[in-house]
Ligand binder design. Structure first.
Ligand SMILES: Cc1ncc(COP(=O)(O)O)c(C=O)c1O
Length: 289
């Protein structure tokens, strides 16, 4: 998406922390990431974003308004409206990565920022990767005023998406099982989030802080300040437990004592055992410091 509105050497705004693959994609395309602080509940800091727009004139801004990876933040509607107004004022294309928007635990799907986009500066993107299966490699976009540029880029880069995969998905959507599947998935994720939160409370030190997102797959965890999660990650792996350490979510470093936990799997004895192991390691790291 960023290829339709940028050239190598351009600056692109991302959230901080952000999904590491976004940082990798920018790097691969020769783009310079400018990281803007992002609140664990309400999303990107709009005052800081306005300053970056004013000072650096970035060519795009790539963010997740709904259940951000890794924080799980959900931007309130009024803030989404302000975000779109800001991007429109500075004429900065807003690449809205909304792959988690359907995975809400509340009563209704949160609106995307695209809902407030009167002038076409929002390039809304989503896919079936998080709701059905990543293997289809099928997604879609509503890129507003950049539709022609995106279409041209898609044609020249991959001609088009796989027809058999699209036909399979279309048949599935027509049969009407998707809504039921989504309801079950949302329910399962919310139950699993609860189990994970309770397990963290049981096993981690009292100073631990976690987000409690209203949807999505991830918890963001802040450990006591001196616990280095890159080291914790290595130790945990040698005990058969995989975590995503905070520093991988920023190109600038930082988030040394933070980590992302995933509640995408059904909760069972193995999960409880993994969390107990992790909690024991965190306590040992904490005591050693
Ligand atoms: C925020 C975010 N965007 C995009 C993707 C990838 O989506 P896709 O598989 O449709 O390329 C992921 C997958 O982890 C993600 O977390």
């Amino acid at each position: 998406m960023s290829g339709a509105v940028t050239r190598p050497g351009d600056a692109v705004v991302v959230e901080s922390p952000t999904f590491y693959a976004a940082l990798q994609a920018l790097e691969r395309n020769g783009l310079h990431a400018i990281e803007v602080p992002t609140h664990p509940r309400e999303g990107i800091d709009l005052a800081a974003l306005a300053q970056v727009f004013e000072r650096h004139r970035p060519k795009a801004c790539w963010l997740m308004t709904n259940f951000q990876n890794p924080l799980g933040s959900l931007m309130p509607d009024a803030k989404k409206r302000d975000l779109v107004a800001l991007a429109t004022r500075y004429q900065v294309p807003l690449i809205e990565d909304d792959v988690y928007g359907e995975l809400y635990f509340g009563a209704r799907r949160p609106a995307p920022a695209k809902a407030y986009d009167g002038e076409g500066w929002v390039m809304h993107c989503a896919s079936f990767s998080k709701c059905l299966a990543p293997g289809y490699r099928i997604g879609w976009t509503a890129p507003g005023r950049f539709t022609r540029a995106v279409t041209r880029l898609k044609l020249s880069s991959s001609l088009g998406a796989s027809i058999p995969a699209q036909a399979t998905l279309a048949a599935y959507l027509e049969k009407g099982g998707y809504d039921k599947h989504l309801r079950q998935l949302r329910h399962a994720l919310s139950v699993q989030q609860n189990a994970l939160l309770q397990s963290v409370a049981r096993h981690f030190p009292d100073e631990t802080r976690t987000t409690r997102p209203d949807g999505g797959y991830f918890l963001w965890v802040e450990l006591p300040a001196h616990v280095r999660t890159l080291d914790l990650h290595r130790y945990a792996l040698s005990h058969g437990v995989s975590i995503a350490p905070g520093p991988i979510f920023s190109a600038r470093g930082g988030f040394d004592h933070c980590l992302r936990l995933n509640y995408g799997h059904a909760w069972d004895e193995r999960s409880e055992h993994a969390l107990a192991t992790l909690g024991r390691l965190v306590r040992a790291f904490s005591a050693a410091a």
